[in-house]
Design a protein around this ligand. Sequence first.
Ligand code: FRU
Length: 485
Amino acid sequence: RAAADRHRPAFHFTAPAGWLNDPNGLTQRDGEYHLFYQFNPHAPVHDRIHWGHAVSTDLVNWRDLPIALAPSEGPDVDGCWSGVLVYDGDTPTIVYSGRHGDRELPCVAIGTPDLVEWTKLDVNPVIPSAPPGVDITAFRDHCVWREGSIWRQLIGSGIRGKGGTAFLYESPNLRDWTYIGPLLVGDGAAGEPSAPDWTGTMWECVDMFRIGDDGSAHRDVLVFSAWDDGVTHHPLYWTGRYESDRFTPTALHRLDLGGRYFYAPQSMRDESGRRLLFGWLQEGRPNSAAVAAGWSGVMSLPRVVTPAPDGSLHQSPAPEVDALRAEQLVTDSHVLSGDPVHIVSGDELDLEMLLTIPDGGSVTIVLRASDDDEERTTLHLTRQGDHAELSLDRTRSSLDAEVDASSRAGRVPVDDDGSVAIRILVDHSALEIFAGGVPLTTRIYPTREDALGVRLSGEGVRARVCAWAMRPTAREAVDVDGAAA
Ligand code: FRU
């Protein structure tokens, strides 16, 4: 691993080279998972986006396949933007946003059974314009499903002066679409952009699904990424009920306390019925640093989403991630008092902790800390009854003054006995934290070679800690159109 590449993750998926953003077209077929993604194979910048493609049988070791979609003369000449893959009978079909100038319109491509080769329809774009008479902020990204014999689709958008929205359409054949109306309209135009639950002026990557059994526990979920005028804010979700062409919300939630560092997520139901979620871990360093490194963007680890007791969603890394544990380094119990306890060192780690925190008490977890603490990333949990305030401090994560050092904070649930289950995946610059089923994802760029320490401190806090060294994922590349490293 070259020094310039010390930030490149070892067990998260990254593009072979160039730029990666959103996960697209998530599918499992005959046991194989397919991950497509927004990809610029030519440079680590967002420009003339293609669909990259990788397959896996275990969700963690991926094999690169040739580029699935590339911009070509016509409605997607400037990019093949985000979308989904559905099966029309046995015919794999991609619905994506073709970019032409600054317009995006829905396009369709048909695939070979192995999902490797794709043919765009001559009739693209399949919807020639956004709904007439509505002053919109944007019109892109797709969520497509079947209701009986008809197809339905949501397209992300925003109504000027009101807020983000998702427009609902239906079709008998995925080609001819009839506009139905807005599923739900947000109030972002009147909201406060700095609030962590601001719904934005446009909803990117809308994704709707039903979760839980069909009894009283089930809920409908509408995920979107709040966007405004070129700025990616954060992913949110509404829980509620989808019925009679409308979504009636019960509550709005933050999908990830890391905000824009887990952006544009897409979910899928796999063959075993699990709801899996992937998101884009965007960079927190300047473009020039990504250009020098030759790559940009990390795909999250797969997450399993289940209903949480309080009506929200519980997220945790898919159990397949456990297969990447190479060696157990630590299994320990501590009663924390005063001085920090050194737990383990590493930049490819899986940490599992069960913390029991007295009411009003707090615990500090330090990650990627240099021996003298000059560089360190600090997580802080303060218990207040049945919840804890989780905060992330990146002001000392890196000596490099150019990287983002903004803080994050939010609420996580605490069990009746005062305990919180924590899972932390450290993978060079990628950091995925789960506390009581609530994720906080971020990126950090330590410069010092000894910035590897994990330490714990608190007062009267009981901690059970396990730590594993992770195995870099196997990667078998094929020629993805001259893009292979
Ligand atoms: C979200 C997004 C989508 C768009 C794609 C373009 O990150 O902006 O709205 O389809 O990325 O790459």
